[in-house]
Design a binder for this molecule. Sequence first.
Ligand SMILES: Cc1cc2nc3c(=O)[nH]c(=O)nc-3n(C[C@H](O)[C@H](O)[C@H](O)COP(=O)(O)OP(=O)(O)OC[C@H]3O[C@@H](n4cnc5c(N)ncnc54)[C@H](O)[C@@H]3O)c2cc1C
Length: 535
Amino acid sequence: MLVPVSPLDVDVAVIGSGFAGSLTALLLRSRGRRVALVERGRHPRFVIGESTTPLTNLLLEELADDYDLPHLRVFSKWGTWQAHRPDVGVGLKRGFTFLFHRLGKPFEPTPDRAHELMVAASPNDRVADTHWYRPDFDLALVDAARAAGVEYFDETRIEAVHPEAAGIRLAARRHGRTLDIRAAFVVDASGPRGFLVNALGDGGTAPRWMPPTQALYTHFTDVDLWESVMPPAGQPPYPPDAAALHHIFPGGWIWILRFNNGITSAGAALTDPLAAQLGIGNGGAAAWQRLLDLLPSPREQFRRSRAVLPFVHAPRVTFRTRTVVGPAWALLPSAAGVVDPLLSTGFPLTLLGIGRLVKILLETPAGPARDERLTGYAAVTQAELDATEHIVAALYASMADPALFRRLTLLYFAAASFSETVRRLGRPWLAPGFLLHAHPTFGPELAACCDAALQLPVGRARQVLFDRIARAIEPFDTAGLLDDRRCGWYPVLASDLIAGAERLQATREEIDRLLRLLNGDKETDAGQRAPARLT
Ligand SMILES: Cc1cc2nc3c(=O)[nH]c(=O)nc-3n(C[C@H](O)[C@H](O)[C@H](O)COP(=O)(O)OP(=O)(O)OC[C@H]3O[C@@H](n4cnc5c(N)ncnc54)[C@H](O)[C@@H]3O)c2cc1C
């Protein structure tokens, strides 16, 4: 039984000290708020979700600049990370590599690279994206939050939640002692199927489009380079393994993310029938081997590998809550939903949400005006998760049709690169909504193309969809995505950006300035923003 103790009064209590909780706490604290950060576990610890994108890093950079946190900004690029925080493990991500396989058959290279897709996200290593080695990265963020004055309680179990007139009271226990936190507001950053969802009995909602999927994953050593299994024919836009490497096959996919400390994160997301066939719920290592036995070329890549942690089986990946906000509380997007990591969308969705929520809490005192803004935050969170789920489900439906899968991903890459570039140009209003889903022309076309793909089109309907995707992309293509001569290899080229200046409503001078900023790369310490997709 809890004995009464004098309460700790804070403006905000954040539940969960993953990267998202620590970052939220740090931002609020940097603006003078009293913040408690409550974690049930202890750092460093293994957690999944590692691969970033240009938008993830731009959002991190924007938050670091907006809240005057230069020590956070260094984590937004491989080069500055290496220069300033070599103690924090990280992986180099130059782009997205997709390789398409048929079950039971070795990978088949073709002259037109029909079974490959490589989309570069950066022109060089210095400004490249990263994979976060979460044991180190999350610890670095929690340390930064503590150093800023956030009250941190790890190994703490919240035993009761009491709504009060002026907020929420959390009754917790840490190392056998009671802890009483009186918070004017609670942010739930405890991840999917997290704290408040359970406390409030929110059973979640069924996915609208995604098939049921399961995941099996761990960290390995001695995973060979794909390049050594299948040397590229020609000069690819970046080394294929310096990427989020995806092996796609009917019924699922494998991710491979390499860190600079000898560890490689790998795992598979599988639709239920394939997961059941492989028995992934009963014994990780054996099921992983059974999966590799269906995929001769990836099996070759894992020939010498060794799992360094136990396999984790996630019996259900996709998850959505019914509610996102309530009286004096809000869920971060990562607590409100998970779709599937196929397009590394978890981090940018979460960072967008953190930016919005922290602004609301700082700008609007408790009361009807804040409640109205929180309702808006909830609606945007749900809409962005919907848009993400729609395109990922369409990709799942086309895993046996590499040409269609490749074409559909271009919707994602066009939206992502356009959004990032207009943000960097200081015109974010040109790209409304994550993946442009709220854009008056692109948004409806994105939804219609996803719907069409979910119908598994063949023959003429399939060709109509190919053409429709091309028409949807064309006004937003600043990366040469519709140039079929590239045969699935998309480097980052200055000429594409220059050609896309009109689409970006940018002058040639503005484009040149972006190019100079990147190529000079003096921006990292000076605090200016550089375009990550230029050369
Ligand atoms: C298989 C898989 C792969 C993924 N890969 C990617 C990827 O490559 N890129 C990407 O962008 N996204 C990816 N995601 C999504 C990504 O994992 C999440 O967006 C991200 O981890 C969210 O971070 P977080 O800090 O909100 O939550 P978490 O990292 O889950 O951290 C939550 C913290 O809350 C703590 N906690 C939980 N319950 C309580 C409680 N009751 N009290 C106190 N503390 C509590 C936990 O101990 C933990 O420390 C992936 C998701 C899955 C399922």
